[in-house]
Design a protein around this ligand. Structure first.
Ligand SMILES: [Zn+2]
Length: 341
């Protein structure tokens, strides 16, 4: 990356109102089946333009063609029955009605590769593509086949690796795996979660990232955060092992969170996507606030390894606010870039 402090968003952007109900998770598509594919690509084009106009350096698809960051990927796999649903507690936090794994899971064809090729055509900037991580995938399902979280995660890791290799071939520069579950199941992360993630990135030459957040800015998550105390030390449990892993970039939630910034020291040597935009509030950060967070992070990560980002996806926000937050991120990064020059 040539630019110092290259900015990116963690994942999703709000969708246009003609495509899906805004400010809503799992919002159903509004277009009829025969217009949907084209509509999703039009939305992707707008998401790219919004990022470029906001000065974002590493461009993503804004997850415009996905209903949900985990479910949509799983919908394309065999072995999961979406008609048969069970209610489970996901992230140990809230009940959700989820599909059931009924047979061996396989990926009959590429899931996002066409969309990634389209994104590649739209910009010459570096591009990033997010996939769900294996642990977060199994945590969003009921397993009636493998009867082992580890065994199922391993199968998903193999499938993710096939998809990631095709995304790399399509020109994706950074493949990111979203693992909010890493902030919840510490023993499993250390026992097999990071190993499964490394299986997912096996043989890749592009850069790889893991996004570990405290979840979207929805009520179940903000309520949970209130129970975590004054200092959020969850990252401390998984960083030492992650530091030794082959993952290049770690994406974290830092803005308005109670994560002690010095925990970043534990992943010294990794590139760090520092969340400097809070996605759980509609208040747009000032560039100075963003700069303040980045300066704090710079005490623990070298400038050439600091990637300013958002805490998490922005699906639950309005488009106007998401655009304002991206502009604040760019402006804040520019302030610190100026100070470093
Ligand atoms: Zn997130």
């Amino acid at each position: 990356m040539k630019t110092l402090l290259p900015t990116s968003i963690a994942g999703s952007l709000p969708k246009p109102a003609w495509l899906a109900q805004p400010e809503t998770l799992w919002s159903p598509w509004k277009l009829p089946e025969d217009e949907l594919a084209e509509g999703k690509l039009d939305a992707l084009r707008l998401a790219v333009q919004n990022q470029l106009l906001s000065g974002i350096d590493i461009v993503s698809d804004g997850e415009q063609s996905r209903q949900h960051f985990v479910t949509t990927f799983i919908e394309h796999l065999n072995g999961v029955d979406f008609e048969k649903r069970k209610t489970v507690k996901i992230r140990n936090r809230y009940d959700a009605s989820v599909p059931v794994v009924v047979d061996a899971v396989t990926r009959p064809e590429a899931v996002f590769v066409k969309d990634a090729k389209f994104l590649r055509q739209l910009t010459s900037q570096p591009i990033k593509w997010a996939l769900p991580g294996p642990m977060t995938m199994i945590d969003t399902l009921y397993d009636d086949h493998y009867k082992s979280r580890e065994a199922l995660a391993w199968e998903f890791a193999k499938i993710l690796n096939q998809e990631a290799k095709e995304l790399e071939a399509a020109g994706v520069d950074i493949i990111q795996f979203d693992e909010p579950a890493f902030n919840v199941f510490f023993d499993e992360v250390n026992d097999w979660g990071i190993a499964a993630l490394e299986r997912a990135v096996e043989g890749l030459k592009c850069e790889t990232a893991v996004h570990i957040c405290y979840g979207y800015g929805i009520k179940a998550n903000t309520e949970w955060k209130k129970t975590l105390g004054d200092e959020w030390r969850q990252y401390e449990s998984v960083f030492p092992k992650l530091q030794k892993s082959s993952i290049d970039i770690v994406s974290l939630e830092c803005q308005n969170s109670r994560v002690p910034m010095d925990l970043i020291e534990l992943i010294r040597g990794k590139k760090v996507m520092v969340g400097a935009i809070d996605v759980a509030t509609s208040t747009i950060e000032t560039p100075q606030e963003v700069a303040h967070t980045l300066r704090n992070a710079l005490k623990f990560v070298d400038a050439d390894k600091l990637y300013p980002s958002t805490n998490c996806g922005m699906t639950p926000l309005s488009r106007r606010i998401a655009a304002g937050k991206m502009q604040a991120l760019s402006a804040g990064a520019a302030i610190v870039r100026g100070e470093l020059a």
